[in-house]
Design a binder for this molecule. Structure first.
Ligand SMILES: *Cc1c(COP(=O)(O)O)cnc(C)c1O
Length: 382
């Protein structure tokens, strides 16, 4: 059989991406040890050795989140699917959900609540500022039938850290479950799920964990698990229904059955990346992110960059900065990419065209990378 000619015109060769340094809002640079894990032999997704590795991944996820939650695992899809897993499993039609919004990702939470048939109550804070606990408390007092509070711990669109401990504490105090976005925070700054009483949390593989993009570690408290088990309506998403997913991931020693084919190699990678995090130690990783942030900040400020966020609310892993007077942000950003193989992020939403988002996530948070960026900026700006 002959293929239509138009399908044959352009010869396609293997894809060999350029060796970029990834200093944007994610994905981050991946350690060679983690990349190497990708090329290990394929095994079946129900192979006993693989199931054993999945159990270790669960333990490593518990370590990263500092939790004993048995419902801790990795969703076979990116951070957005982790977000959706939390909402579709916990929100039932008619549920009132407070969503605190101080950037792009809060808006996505609101959309999730709506699509689950829930009623979102939005607590808006100015972009570039953390969520205000007083505003949340007022909303909780004003709406006594609210059952869930959702917020973003580390807003990647603005580089702001909200006080997850205080916000989830308020949720609990008013009898609500909390849903927390920790996509950018996990591994870069403290995320203490049990200490802070968080009920549902999701993250991403490609930010401070520096694994291959496309996976989302999640964890659910006993209270959240109870709510999922007691649902009156089935979860609207078959793929993300935790009652079904857990028959594969397992909550104890029961046998595992097929739900979907796990992304086998991607799970090798996150196993290796989480293992490296455990070897380094969470505290050391937090200190490393903070130190590299300070190194970068000194250099950037000397070059005339200004931070968007007040010092006490800044995320070390996501530096949102205004460029020096008179510099065209996108021209310089393109130059960095094409001339120096260096990716930094532009602004999102309200800040598009106005700021840069410089990521120091995971394996990117390293003095050599910070120094290289500063050197390049020095050359191009002087
Ligand atoms: C990146 C990000 C997401 C989405 O993760 P994807 O892996 O891109 O789907 C969600 N929330 C926050 C705060 C993020 O930074």
């Amino acid at each position: 059989m002959e293929l239509p000619e138009k399908l044959l015109i352009q010869p396609i060769k293997s894809f060999h991406p350029p060796g970029r340094r990834l200093m944007g809002p994610g994905p981050s640079d991946i350690h060679p040890r983690v990349l190497e894990a990708l090329s290990r032999p394929t095994v079946g997704h129900l192979d006993p050795t693989f199931i054993n590795m999945m159990d270790e991944v669960k333990r490593l996820v518990q370590y990263a989140y500092q939790t004993t939650n048995t419902l801790s695992m990795v969703v076979s899809a990116p951070g957005s699917a982790g977000m959706e897993t939390c909402f579709v499993n916990l929100v039932e039609p008619g549920d009132q959900v407070i969503v605190c919004r101080n950037g792009v990702f809060g808006s996505r939470m609101i959309e999730n609540v709506r699509r689950c048939g829930g009623a979102p109550i939005v607590v808006d804070t100015e972009w570039g500022r953390p969520v205000d606990p007083n505003q949340l408390e007022e909303a909780l007092k004003a709406s006594p039938s609210v059952s869930i509070v959702a917020f973003v711990h580390a807003e990647t669109s603005t580089g702001v850290c909200s006080d997850a401990k205080v916000l989830s504490g308020l949720a609990k105090q008013y009898g609500c479950l909390s849903i927390v976005d920790a996509v950018t925070s996990l591994g870069g700054i403290p995320v203490l799920v049990d200490d802070w009483g968080i009920d549902a949390i999701y993250s991403g593989s490609q930010k401070c964990l520096s694994a291959t993009p496309g996976l989302s570690p999640v964890s659910f408290s006993k209270r959240a698990t109870r709510k999922i088990k007691k649902r009156k309506t089935p979860v609207q998403s078959w793929f993300l229904d935790l009652n079904l997913v857990m028959q594969y991931w397992g909550t104890g020693s029961q046998s595992r059955s097929y739900h979907h084919t796990a992304p086998v190699h991607a799970l090798y990678c996150i196993h290796e990346a989480l293992l490296m995090l455990q070897e380094e130690g969470l505290d050391s990783s937090w200190v490393r992110h903070q130190e590299q942030h300070e190194r970068l900040r000194e250099g950037l400020q000397a070059l005339g960059f200004r931070y968007l966020v007040e010092p006490q609310f800044r995320l070390p892993q996501l530096n949102a900065v205004f460029l020096p007077e008179g510099i065209q942000e996108s021209d310089l950003r393109q130059k960095l990419l094409h001339k120096y193989n260096l990716e930094v992020g532009g602004g999102l939403g309200d800040f598009a065209g106005k700021i840069w988002r410089i990521g120091l996530m995971g394996h990117t948070a390293h003095p050599d990378k910070v120094d290289y960026l500063l050197e390049v900026l020095h050359k191009e700006l002087s």
